[in-house]
Design a protein around this ligand. Structure first.
Ligand SMILES: [Cu+2]
Length: 122
């Protein structure tokens, strides 16, 4: 009896785990990742962030590699804190074509003011 239960559990694990991993991997493909680091440590992983204009469902995953940062995109009303070890997902509303500047608002290092980039909706 026990063997049958373990056998069933084993089959569930072998069959379902890859399906679950595929699901999550597929979901991650629609996500653009932006890593925040102090300028001394490499700065934003992307200082030119390109996304399609007027499109629903564009997701940005924000992570910090070192200290607490923030992402500010004033023209889009976006202001979020990024804490190491706690990824944040932002779903953009459809954005008009154009250039939107972004920067970090947390005084994270002596070169903090260099933490800026351009979001390009095209
Ligand atoms: Cu900063």
């Amino acid at each position: 009896m026990n063997n049958r239960i373990y056998g069933t559990l084993f089959i569930l694990l072998v069959v379902i785990s890859p399906l679950a991993m595929t699901y999550f991997a597929t979901n991650e493909q629609n996500v653009t990742m932006l890593t925040a680091r102090t300028p001394e440590n490499g700065n934003w992983s992307l200082t030119r962030l390109k996304i399609p204009a007027n499109t629903e469902g564009i997701t940005l995953k924000l992570v910090s590699d070192d200290v607490v940062h923030s992402l500010e995109i004033p023209d889009l009303g976006i202001s979020v804190e990024i804490t190491p070890g706690h990824p944040i997902y932002i779903q953009f509303p459809p954005i008009e074509k154009g250039l939107y500047s972004y920067f970090c608002h947390v005084p994270c290092s002596p070169l903090h003011l260099d933490m800026k980039g351009i979001l390009e909706a095209l």
